[in-house]
Write a protein that binds this ligand. Structure first.
Ligand code: CLF
Ligand code: SF4
Length: 523
């Protein structure tokens, strides 16, 4: 392995003025200064007041472990782990680990030294980048030397960055002490089954202790090792997130049992993700026509598990070299070539100061939502009315994206209890530089067809008319306002109209979308 070529703390140049940095950073798409703590909702609304302070410290600025934090804080991955020790039927080894990556995307593989340098470059450019994850392109724990060397380098040079790891779990029990030794607070295990009968349809083989196992034997060893690793981590108070890939007809019903099994072993969060499968990915499932779930099927399963434990619904199935807020991809700004030409100015104090401004604005978001909720409490006879609202946003917890520029819409459910993030829909870009693409508009409409309204910062006349014809209310009056506050306000107005007889409430049908179907623009 080649020796250290990363930037050490002693090499780092003095900080630029905070204001200059704030301005510079604000120019970047999606980097926001608006947001602040109050509540971390991982699907739940747990916050500092109803969470163990130690846990709160760990989740409050982790964009995957707190739904609310994901509007404000960014993560990055470094692709240092190429090998894998199992085979999943939804994975093609030509691409990255599909447990935490979109199939069909290949990352630039890095040495630990290159990775460490990249982390400093990103941290100095994006001060709200708080988490470094290793999630592939194979399995991080099938590449323990590279994974832990990377952690070692980063812990030395950028100790304010949280370390995060995602694994298939096969060798996890062997590495728990090392993981704890590096103060890794967040570990994800992909658990698609706890029943080897089901597992044999997902995993054709595993490679364990220098031997290849197939069928039920392979699945049995895998599930035993995953559960053992989970128990060992939670005993050490390391927060565990469970990722599960929902595969209709194979493990969709069984995932309720998985949810119970991981909850009973102390998992903190459950992230049920849709299978993304297409013949061009060359996976077993892609080639044999295995479909992924629809948005409604996914939501129904997540809803049914929600009483059991916190559910993550804001996962973007990001790349093994993802950089930025969840849902945006800035990895192209940080190629090895570009980093070599970059002047890295990493200063922990500047980062801290920036994150304090993020916290203040985050608190403003929570305060605005709570004020609106107080009004909502006064609303009578709204039980039974619920609606989905699609929101165009580029971060900050605000309605701040133009309809034509959106490559995804965040979906909020508004009821008499408040507004809750329930998912996102990827779409093809409508605006093609001066004109609107009619085909794209139709795919957008199909993707959000179960929503009563779409909130946007701006929208042109043509898409507005087509949305109205499809029964979706295009709303631009909340431009730059906080999302949840706006959703509650819209809901109250709507209920008022229903109660006055001006309109009749009608539930919307299902959106015509397979989860993960519109991936081209986002990948
Ligand atoms: Fe990366 Fe995963 Fe850590 Fe997050 S991602 S290793 S926990 S820092 Fe997050 Fe990306 Fe979903 Fe993963 S959105 S794919 S859940
Ligand atoms: Fe692919 Fe990841 Fe499964 Fe390994 S663990 S086969 S890299 S999806």
């Amino acid at each position: 392995m080649q020796e250290t070529a990363y930037v050490s703390v002693g090499d780092i140049k003095p900080t630029t003025q905070l204001n200059e940095l704030l301005e510079k950073v604000a120019e970047h798409k999606g980097c926001g200064t608006s947001g602040g703590s109050g509540k971390a909702s991982c699907g739940s609304s747990d916050g500092p007041e109803d969470m163990d302070p130690e846990v709160w410290e760990k989740v409050k600025n982790h964009p995957c472990y707190s739904e609310e934090a994901h509007h404000h804080y960014a993560r990055m991955h470094v692709a240092v782990a190429p090998a894998c020790n199992i085979q999943c039927n939804y994975c093609n080894r030509k691409y990255d680990c599909a447990n935490e990556s979109r199939p069909g995307v290949v990352s630039e593989k890095l040495t630990p030294e290159q990775a460490s340098k990249k982390v400093l470059a990103v941290a100095s450019t994006i001060p709200q980048m708080t988490v470094l994850g290793i999630a592939g392109p194979g399995d991080p724990l099938a590449n323990p030397e590279k994974t832990f060397k990377t952690f070692e380098l980063i812990a030395k040079t950028a100790p304010d960055i949280k370390l995060c790891l995602s694994t298939n779990g096969l060798t996890l029990p062997d590495h728990v002490d090392t993981i704890a030794g590096f103060n890794v607070d967040h570990v994800t295990i992909t658990v698609n089954m706890v029943d080897p009968e089901i597992g044999q349809h997902i995993y054709p083989w595993i490679y364990y202790k220098k031997k290849r196992y197939t069928g039920i034997d392979a699945a049995r060893i895998l599930t035993e090792r995953q559960m053992q690793g989970l128990e060992m981590l939670t005993e050490r108070k390391i927060l565990c997130k469970i990722n599960s890939v929902m595969i209709p007809g194979i493990n969709d019903k069984h995932l309720v049992e998985v949810n119970r099994a991981v909850k009973s072993r102390g998992a903190f969060l459950h992230n049920i993700m849709p299978l993304i499968s297409a013949p061009e990915h060359g996976t077993v499932f892609g080639l044999n026509g295995q479909r992924g779930p629809t948005a409604q099927e996914l939501k129904a399963l997540q809803d049914s598990c929600e009483g059991e434990m916190n559910m993550m619904r804001h996962c973007r199935q990001c790349r093994a070299d993802a950089v930025g807020l969840l849902g945006e991809d800035r990895s192209a700004e940080f190629t090895t070539e570009k980093i070599d030409a970059m002047e890295v100015v990493y200063d922990a104090e500047t980062r801290k100061a920036y994150q304090e401004t993020v916290e203040q604005e985050r608190q403003a978001t929570v305060a605005a939502k709570n004020a609106e909720k107080e009004q909502l409490a006064k609303l009578a006879d709204a039980e039974g009315i619920s609606m989905l609202i699609a929101v165009a946003t580029k971060g900050h917890g605000k309605v701040n994206e133009h309809f034509g520029h959106a490559t995804e819409f965040q979906i909020y459910e508004a009821t008499a209890k408040g507004a809750k993030f329930v998912g996102h829909r990827r779409v093809d870009l409508y605006c093609q530089g001066g004109y609107g693409e009619e085909d794209s508009l139709q795919t957008v409409i199909r993707a959000i067809n179960d929503c009563h309204a779409v909130f946007v910062a701006k929208i042109g006349g043509c898409p507005k008319d087509d949305l109205k014809k499809a029964g979706i209310d295009p709303v631009d009056k909340y431009a730059n306002a906080f999302i949840e506050q706006s959703a509650i306000s819209y809901f109250m107005e709507y209920v008022g109209k229903v109660q006055s007889g001006e309109i009749v409430h009608q539930a919307r049908g299902d959106a015509d979308i397979r989860q993960g179907a519109f991936t081209a623009a986002a990948a």
